[in-house]
Design a protein around this ligand. Structure first.
Ligand code: NDP
Length: 322
């Protein structure tokens, strides 16, 4: 495993990490989750991502049970949660958003479900137009001063809102966000590569990037239709289908051009797509998802491709997807 600093912080995260979205508490139960997390751990993964909203808190509950079961030493791994959407099926007004009340109560609930004394990373899952930014920055600062959170960050915030959070934190002598959690993959690049470009230099912002395979699409698994049991067949995730496959399946057509390039370096499209994310120096960690142990095993091999990622290869990939 390779380790990278989370932006300008001293925190060393594994370049590949693991997240629980969709899978934990829905597609897989305790024994499969235990197998996957044990494998991740054995291979050096030291960051596990979660959120209050994932399967209405069930993903955190399952991860907490497995962490307790596997008895990893608490100082050897990092775990995150995210606040905004709430964990209730139909959240009441005080059960969602980024008010001081919800940020602090959601943190307490995540600590309980994950069965840990502190969160290493705590993200504001989306911006909240209904809460003044000063209130959210102050709530995060409180949690850090109480030792319940070590680092805080944002997820899918516009660059202007991140600038504003820094301005407020500096003016109020409070802890500023150090990390953003954006989507980043071969088919979704603009925000990480362009919109956020000034933030890496100005604030030393780190990134924990999500959906490196665009929900599995970049593995080629949807090239001949939607396989039974895959993410796009999950009830409640119908909204994801068009986003992932594109209108009229246009994104699938692009993905069909990847196997030939991957084969040139002895890789699969999934490994190529993950290594491509890793090749961006502004990516602190690539968060993988897996519904089966063999998927994780396969994806971890992407690390070995990194030395072969030169400019010529990147250009061939760009041309294929243009
Ligand atoms: P990916 O894009 O890598 O998708 C993972 C899914 O793809 C797996 O669950 C599996 O789905 C399928 N898959 C993975 N590997 C393979 C393979 N080798 N062959 C075939 N299929 C494969 O990542 P995620 O979308 O899961 O994102 C990673 C993490 O990022 C999440 O778990 C979550 O923690 C975080 N996240 C954060 C968000 C945010 O707003 N901050 C939003 C979304 C995710 P299946 O087998 O079910 O088809």
């Amino acid at each position: 495993m390779q380790y990278r600093r989370l932006g300008r912080t001293g925190l060393q995260l594994s370049a590949l990490s693991f997240g629980a979205w969709v899978t934990f508490g829905r597609q897989i139960g305790r024994s499969e989750a235990r197998e996957i997390m044990a494998l991740a751990w054995d291979r050096g993964i030291n960051f596990f991502d979660n959120a209050e909203t994932y399967n209405h808190g069930e993903a955190e509950r399952l991860m907490g049970d497995v962490l307790a079961d596997l008895r990893f030493s608490r100082d050897s791994y990092c775990v995150s949660s995210k606040v905004y959407f709430g964990s209730a099926e139909k959240p009441r007004p005080t059960q969602r958003g980024l008010s001081r009340k919800h940020v602090i109560e959601a943190c307490h609930q995540a600590l309980e479900r994950l069965r840990v004394g502190h969160l290493d990373l705590y993200f504001c899952h989306r911006p909240d137009p209904e809460t003044p930014i000063e209130e959210t920055v102050a709530a995060m600062d409180t949690l850090i001063r109480q030792g319940k959170v070590l680092y805080w960050g944002t997820s899918e915030w516009p660059a202007a809102a991140i600038h504003e959070a820094h301005r407020v934190a500096q003016a109020m002598h409070m802890y500023a966000p150090v990390v953003e959690q954006p989507q980043y993959n071969l088919l979704h690049r603009e925000r990480v590569e362009q919109e956020y470009a000034p933030l890496y230099a100005s604030y030393g912002m780190g990134t924990t990037i999500w959906s490196p395979l665009a929900s599995g699409l970049l593995s080629g698994k949807y090239n001949q239709g939607i396989p039974d049991g895959s993410r796009l067949t999950q009830p409640g995730y119908e909204w994801l289908r068009d986003m992932v496959l594109g209108e009229g399946g246009e994104r699938v057509e692009k993905v069909k051009r990847l196997p030939a390039i991957a084969a040139e370096i002895g890789a699969t499209p999934a490994q190529l797509a993950i290594a491509w994310c890793l090749a961006n120096p502004n990516v602190s960690t690539v968060m993988l998802g897996a519904s089966r142990k063999d998927q994780l095993e396969h994806n971890l091999e992407a690390l070995e491709l990194l030395p072969r990622f030169d400019l010529a290869l990147k250009e061939r990939i760009e041309q294929a997807l243009a």
